[in-house]
Design a protein around this ligand. Sequence first.
Ligand code: HEC
Length: 118
Amino acid sequence: MGFIGLANRSLILIIGIVIVVVAAGIYYMSTSSGPNGEYVTPTEIVTSPKFMKGEELYVDYCSRCHDAKGVGGVGPALSASNLDRSVIENGDLDEGMPAFKEELSPEEIDAIIDYLSS
Ligand code: HEC
């Protein structure tokens, strides 16, 4: 076996390692589970249409009072613990929280709640 044989063996070894690393990466990504237990990759969660829509709606309708990051400006910071659906639908008019049931569909409110609780 000459030089070429040795080079080929190294090449085959390197290709083998690459395949193992890539396969491990794919396996790892495919086993990260999503919020409902389904298997999704992290990038799929962030770029899923529902998440994007919730973020867009939040920025359009809520962030002027609740701040772009949900930290609270005029209104309180919003998080999974205080996402009261009836407040979003009916508002708390005396306290300055508008009602959104005329402006937003139930699906749109779902999307905002999903976005804020993620
Ligand atoms: C005009 C300003 C304003 C806008 C726009 C607004 N909010 Fe509010 N929001 C408030 C204020 C002020 C309160 C606090 C009311 C209170 O003290 O009871 C509040 C309260 C809330 C609460 C109850 C929080 C708690 O701690 O009880 C939720 C949930 C909420 N807002 C969600 C939203 C969502 C979702 C949107 C967008 C669809 C939105 N708000 C848009 C001003 C606003």
